[in-house]
Design a protein around this ligand. Structure first.
Ligand code: ADP
Ligand code: ZN
Ligand code: MG
Length: 489
């Protein structure tokens, strides 16, 4: 029999802190400036230039770590991580090593009725490197270097190997991004490199507890790539180990076009960073008063938001888990619930139709301009007030999503209001009974289920607009009880 493998995954996430200036100098951090226009002797690593720690970077880093449930360390130490690379002008990166400023956090969330729990090992501060340009016109005859990025403040967030699938890893990364953007620590821009994820992946036979040899996949810059790269790696490693082979510890890169990971360097080629404490910076001490203030300034975080949605709107835990996948989605829900005066219907529409159409169009609720909470609320009121039935409402919603038109206007111009006038529905019911003699005969012989077919025929004849309640009761009245075959009477 073939051995079943389970995946073990830990993530290392680099998030750029949303400061105006760099971590150790006053240079601007804005993205997109002409190369080497945001540089100075400090971030270019000139001899004798001294770093000064950016207070705002510390505040944002601490807020991020607090939001991840970490224990903030009163004292932490910056260290030099030494390696040679052309985009690293000092020949070392200032980072934190043995004594980071935050330890032992935890992120818990609910999706699809399951609870996920990922421990955070540590969060530390560091500076970013510059950028090598290989494929620009300027770099036609060789590599060019842009140091605008050098010295940009980052936090690195490291998780325990608590994740078991690519989908959960992507979900974690996406919820982490939402928390970081909600507290204003990061701009969430994956395309510009403000947020990057390295995934460590190993496999082991199901039922065993020792960790297998891990592979690190570097620089994943989209949620889909996180999921796909991990899933590819799990299949690759399971095949190697399943055939009696061994995984070599290495760094790999995701090739999005080919849909596979490729080896970048093996452990033998790994750097010896020769870490030592940074002599030009004093230990970072975080005052209790600052910590208290920053904690108090944090906005409502997903776990608290989830509890509030359940308490305030009477939502099931399942719904609250889905709606808190982003602060924007939860906000959309709250506005819709108020506009509709029907929170559960608002939740159903958002979890069902809205998320379905957003996923299909690769859209994000934050960028949605067509359907507004007021518009969806008005649609729900049209259903609750009996103006349209549920299936017509889905069609109206699709039109709203595609065009941004208002629901009452769509119902009016397309003549979609449901027919609740008894006389009109009765005429259709009688016409169907007269036409569908087979089904009517079966019903009268006792085949209860024939009424479903007949109801369907009435709705079809009414072009979907008959009030289903009225149609059902008129049909039952006209047909009499099942089994009441007039010939038997
Ligand atoms: P390294 O010394 O190579 O940096 P660490 O122990 O610091 O490794 O872990 C780095 C990341 O890799 C963490 O997110 C951790 O959870 C994850 N990790 C460690 N060991 C494994 C493993 N065997 N399989 C998967 N992930 C792992
Ligand atoms: Zn500078
Ligand atoms: Mg490590």
């Amino acid at each position: 029999r073939r051995v079943q493998f389970e995946a073990v995954i830990g993530l290392e996430i680099h998030a750029q802190l949303s400061t105006q200036t760099k971590i150790f100098c006053g240079c601007d951090t804005a993205f997109g400036a002409a190369p080497n226009t945001q540089v100075c002797p400090v971030c270019l690593g000139f001899p004798g230039a001294l770093p000064v720690l950016n207070a705002r970077a510390v505040e944002l880093a601490v807020k991020a770590a607090l939001a991840l449930g970490c224990e903030i360390q009163p004292t932490s130490i910056f260290a030099r991580k030494n390696y040679f690379y052309p985009d690293l002008p000092k020949g070392y990166q200032i980072s934190q090593y043995e004594r980071p400023f935050a330890l032992a956090g935890r992120v818990r969330w609910q999706t699809g009725g399951e609870t996920h729990d990922v421990r955070i090992t540590r969060v530390h501060m560091e500076e970013d490197a510059g950028k090598s340009l290989h494929d620009t016109p300027e770099a036609a005859t060789g590599t060019c270097l842009d140091f605008n990025r050098a010295g940009t403040p980052l936090v690195e967030i490291v998780t325990e190997p608590d994740i078991r699938s690519g989908a959960v890893a992507a979900d974690f990364f996406s919820r982490l991004r939402d928390v970081l953007t909600t507290i204003g620590a990061n701009d969430g821009n994956l395309e510009e490199g403000s947020l990057r994820c390295d995934a460590n992946v190993s496999v082991r036979p199901v039922g065993t507890t020792t960790l297998g040899t891990k592979v690190e996949i570097k620089n994943l810059n989209s949620f889909r790539f996180v999921q796909k790269a991990i899933e590819y790696e799990i299949v690759r490693q399971s095949a190697v180990v399943g055939e009696g082979g061994r995984i070599v510890q290495e760094t790999r890169l995701w090739d999005a076009d080919a849909g596979c990971t490729e080896s970048m360097r093996s452990k033998e080629e790994a750097h010896d960073y020769r870490y030592f404490p940074e002599p030009d910076l004093p230990p970072l001490r975080i005052a209790a008063a600052d910590l208290e203030r920053w904690q108090a300034e944090l906005p409502e975080l997903p776990a608290a938001l989830r509890q509030r949605l359940m308490a305030q709107y009477g939502l099931p835990a399942y719904d609250a888990g889905v709606l808190t996948q982003s602060a924007g989605l939860a906000r959309f829900f709250e506005h819709t619930a108020t506009a509709a005066a029907n929170p559960k219907a608002a939740s159903n529409w958002i979890m069902g139709e809205l998320l379905r159409l957003l996923h299909a169009s690769d859209g994000d609720v934050a960028a949605l301009t067509t359907v507004t909470p007021d518009g969806l609320g008005a649609l729900i009121r049209l259903v609750d007030g009996g103006t349209i039935n549920g299936s017509t409402a889905k069609t109206v919603f699709e039109t709203m999503f595609a065009t941004g038109r208002a629901p009452d206007e769509i119902v009016k111009t397309e003549g979609l209001a449901q027919v609740s006038d008894e006389g009109a529905v009765l005429a259709i019911v009688r016409e169907v009974i007269a036409r569908e003699t087979d089904a009517v005969g079966q019903y009268r012989k006792g085949k209860q289920s024939a009424i479903g077919f007949l109801t369907g025929q009435v709705m079809k004849a009414a072009k979907g607009k008959a009030n289903p309640k009225i149609a059902g009761s008129l049909l039952a009245r006209e047909l009499g009880p099942p089994g009441a075959d007039p010939k038997d009477a």
